[in-house]
Design a protein around this ligand. Sequence first.
Ligand code: IP8
Length: 266
Amino acid sequence: MKKPRPIVLKIGGSVITDKSKELEVRMETINRLAEEIQEADIRKLIIVHGGGSFGHPFAERYSINEGFRDETQKTGFSETHHVMTVLNGLFMDALIWRNIPAVSISPSSCIMTEGKRIKHFEDGPLRMLLNMGFCPVLYGDAVLDSKLGFTILSGDQLVSVLAQKFKAESIAIAVDVDGLYDADPKVVESARMFSHLTLEEMKKLHSKLTKPTGCDVTGGMFGKIAELYPAIEAGIPVSIVNATKPNHIYKVLKGKKVKSTLIEKE
Ligand code: IP8
């Protein structure tokens, strides 16, 4: 029997937190998503979540993304990592109380970047967890960088690397809009949503995509998609789906039809 390939699910910070208020969690959404994940009962699932109103305001306050420049940033690095563990803890609670064998993996303890790109990844424990049927959960984090001292690793770069490393079957990106639009649907009423795009079409569209709104040090939707190109190039399809709507995550995990944008190599 063929070994099942994992699905990588990224849950955007704008879904599980309220980005207009610092450290504001959307606990109801977290609980509903945990229920949908439990219901879907995926054999191999890796979850990554974003920083939202936890990681981003702290990363910005202390310029963590720009690297180590002065001593005062050090507690900022600690705070940024710490608030991410707090958000992660809330998410882990919701998963584990629903009997999902989820195990949190802190990127700052197993990943180092070089010039903001993942260079070292101690992936042995993650690999074994996955093979044993656990559900590893990672998140965007403050990490050490061999050139810059430290930086911010976005959940999206992580998703792309994980999907390629573990030969994922697919990637699901959970956001707070219905998919990819030719303009920001929260600003432009007539914005048109794409239900299917090839990588080529995607690249052409690139410059028109929504720029980040609010506080997001890793580039919002624009940065997200660019990070996924290598994974799409490797043949891994990406679905962008609205996780603020009930059952959308359940459906995308089960491969059922749901309003979303599918991006494929060809
Ligand atoms: O929300 C960034 O992760 P993202 C995490 O996936 C931090 O871009 C610490 C700002």
